[in-house]
Ligand binder design. Structure first.
Ligand SMILES: NC(=O)c1ccc[n+]([C@@H]2O[C@H](COP(=O)([O-])OP(=O)(O)OC[C@H]3O[C@@H](n4cnc5c(N)ncnc54)[C@H](O)[C@@H]3O)[C@@H](O)[C@H]2O)c1
Length: 463
C-alpha cells in the first residue's frame, strides 16, 4: 500500500519506518527542511534504539522516502497518516493547530479521495470534525479514521513492529477494510486489531495514559508515606506486585513522570471533562501529586546541605526516561531550574540528551562528558533518569571525584546499605535515608555486593 506520513517527529518516524519495514511504500513529510535533509541522508534527528538501522535499511530498499513537498507526497498515496504534534494550551486543552493545518492542506492539495488516519493524540470529536472539514463543499469524499499510538519511546521499534494491540476508530466499513489490509502484517503476527467508533478510539488513548500516570502518582504518594513511617516502598512493592491484579509494571516510585504524553494528556482529559461537566477529581490529584513529586529531590538536597546557594551539585539524567533523548516535561529539567533559582552551581550529564538541554540552558550550567566529570568537586549528585550507565558507576571512583558525599537518588538505582558502606549519605524515594555513621557498617560490609531488588520498570512506560 502507498502511505504518506505527515509529521516526521518521534512518532511519525517510527510509524513510517515500521510500515516500510513490513513492505508498504511510505513517504514521510515534514515542514522542517533540515530534519528532512538529515533523514534523506539516513541520519536520525532523535535518539531511539534500533531506529537508525531500520531507517537506513528501508531507505536503501526504496520503500521509505522523505520530502517537504506535501502535494507530491499526496499524489503518491491512498492513505495519509497525520502524526503532527498536539501540544498543551495554557488552559490544559490540546492545541490542534498543527492538525487543522494539515487537514486543510489535504483538502486543498489532494487530487483523489484519501483515507486520512489521525494518529496524533486528539480530543474527542476531532475525527468527526476532520471529516466534516475535509469534505464540506468538496467534490471528493475523503474518509477519516482514528488510530491512536501507544508505543513507548526507548522501546519504540519493538513496540511498533510488535504492538500489543492496534486500536482503530472508523466511521464506515471501507475505512475498516483498508486499515485491516494495512495492518495485516502485524495482525498476522498476533496483534489484535480492535475496531470501534471514532469517539471511543479517541478516548481509549487518553484513558490509557491517564491510568498509567495514576499508577505512578499513587506509588509516589505511597512511597512518601513509607518514608515518613520508616517503611521501604521496595519491600512493599515486592509484597504486592506478585498479585496479578497489581503487578510490577508502571509502579516504580521516583521523581515524577514527564515526557511527551502523560502530563499533557492528563491535562487535556481534564479539559475535556470540564467541557462536558464530568468530574475528573482523580486526574486533578494525579497531576498535583506529580507536580509535588518533582520537587522531592530538591527538598532532599536542601535537607542534606542546607542552603544551596553557591553549592556545586551534579544532576545525572535529563531525558524523561532512559533510552531516549527526549526532554519534554522531564523532571530533570524542573530540578535544573529549581537548583539555578536556589543559586546552586550545576553540572550535568545525560548519555543522550545533552544537546537538547544545551538548547534551553546554554551556559547557565556545566556539561560533563560522563557521570564522573559531571560529579567532579560536587557536594551532591542528584539522579533523575534511570540510565543503566549510572547504575554501573564505580562507587569508589565517584566518592573520590566528589567533594562531598551526598547522593539523592530520584530513581532508586542503588541499594541504600551498599551506598552507606561506600561512604555516601544516600537518600532515595520511599526508603530510609542512610549514612555510614547511621548504620551498622560491619553488617553492611558483610552483605553481598548485589542485593536482590524488585523489578524496576521505567516510570513512564508509554511515550
Ligand atoms: N512521543 C510519544 O511518545 C508519543 C506517543 C504516543 C502518541 N504521541 C502523539 O503523537 C503526536 C506526535 O508526537 P511526536 O512526539 O511525534 O511529536 P514531534 O513534535 O516529535 O513531531 C511532530 C512533527 O510534526 C511536524 N509538523 C508540524 N506541522 C507540520 C505540517 N504542517 N506538515 C508536516 N509536518 C509538520 C513537526 O515539524 C515535527 O517534526 C502527538 O499528538 C503526540 O501526543 C506521541
Amino acid at each position: 500500500m502507498n502511505i504518506a506520513v505527515l509529521g516526521s517527529g518521534y512518532i511519525g518516524l517510527v510509524t513510517g519506518t515500521s510500515f516500510a519495514e513490513v513492505g508498504h511504500n511510505v513517504v514521510c513529510v515534514d515542514v522542517d527542511q533540515r530534519r528532512i535533509a538529515q533523514l534523506q541522508q539516513g541520519r536520525l534527528p532523535v535518539f531511539e534504539p534500533g531506529l537508525t538501522d531500520l531507517l537506513r535499511a528501508n531507505l536503501g530498499s526504496g520503500r521509505l522516502t522523505f520530502t517537504t513537498d506535501l502535494e507530491q507526497a499526496l499524489s503518491l498515496c491512498s492513505v495519509v497518516f497525520i502524526v503532527v504534534g498536539t501540544p498543551q494550551r495554557d488552559d490544559g486543552s490540546a492545541n490542534l493547530d498543527f492538525v487543522w493545518t494539515v487537514v486543510d492542506q489535504i483538502r486543498e492539495m489532494a487530487r483523489d479521495e484519501k483515507l486520512v488516519v489521525i494518529k496524533s493524540t486528539v480530543p474527542v470529536g476531532t475525527n468527526r470534525e476532520a471529516q466534516e472539514r475535509l469534505n464540506t463543499g468538496c467534490d471528493m469524499q475523503h474518509r477519516v479514521a482514528s488510530n491512536p499510538e501507544f508505543l513507548r519511546e526507548g522501546l519504540a521499534v519493538d513496540d511498533a513492529l510488535g504492538p500489543d494491540r492496534i486500536v482503530i476508530g472508523v466511521g464506515d466499513p471501507k475505512s475498516q477494510q483498508t486499515l485491516e489490509e494495512l495492518y495485516a502484517p502485524f495482525t498476522q503476527r498476533g496483534a489484535p486489531l480492535l475496531s470501534m467508533e471514532w469517539e471511543s478510539a479517541e478516548v481509549t488513548k487518553y484513558v490509557a495514559d491517564c491510568l498509567l500516570a495514576t499508577k505512578i502518582s499513587y506509588v509516589n504518594e505511597m512511597a512518601n508515606f513509607c518514608e515518613a513511617v520508616g517503611a521501604d516502598i521496595n519491600s512493599v512493592r515486592r509484597g504486592i506486585g506478585h498479585d496479578p491484579r497489581i503487578g510490577f509494571h508502571c509502579f516504580a516510585p521516583g521523581a515524577g513522570y514527564g515526557g511527551p504524553c502523560f502530563p499533557k494528556d492528563i491535562r487535556a482529559m481534564r479539559a475535556m471533562g470540564r467541557s462536558v461537566g464530568a468530574s475528573m477529581r482523580i486526574l486533578q490529584a494525579v497531576d498535583e501529586v506529580n507536580e509535588a513529586q518533582k520537587s522531592r529531590v530538591l527538598e532532599k538536597l536542601a535537607d542534606q546541605l542546607g542552603s544551596l546557594a553557591g553549592v556545586r551539585i551534579a544532576v545525572w539524567g535529563l531525558a524523561f526516561k532512559p533510552d531516549t533523548d527526549d526532554i519534554r516535561e522531564s523532571p530533570g529539567l524542573d530540578l535544573l531550574q529549581q537548583l539555578l533559582e536556589a543559586g546552586a552551581i550545576v553540572q550535568v550529564h545525560d548519555p543522550q540528551a545533552m544537546d537538547n538541554v544545551r538548547h534551553f540552558f546554554g551556559d547557565d550550567i556545566c556539561y560533563g562528558a560522563d557521570p564522573y566529570e559531571a560529579a567532579e568537586a560536587t557536594e551532591a549528585v542528584a539522579i533523575m533518569t534511570e540510565w543503566p550507565a549510572f547504575q554501573a558507576v564505580d562507587l569508589g571512583r565517584l566518592r573520590d571525584t566528589m567533594a562531598g558525599n551526598v547522593i539523592v537518588d530520584g530513581r532508586n538505582l542503588f541499594d541504600p546499605a551498599q551506598m552507606a558502606a561506600s561512604g555516601f549519605r544516600y537518600c532515595s524515594i520511599g526508603r530510609r535515608s542512610v549514612a555510614r555513621s547511621l548504620v551498622d557498617v560491619d553488617a553492611i560490609e558483610a552483605m553481598p555486593t548485589t542485593v536482590p531488588t524488585v523489578p524496576t520498570t521505567p516510570t513512564a512506560p508509554t511515550a
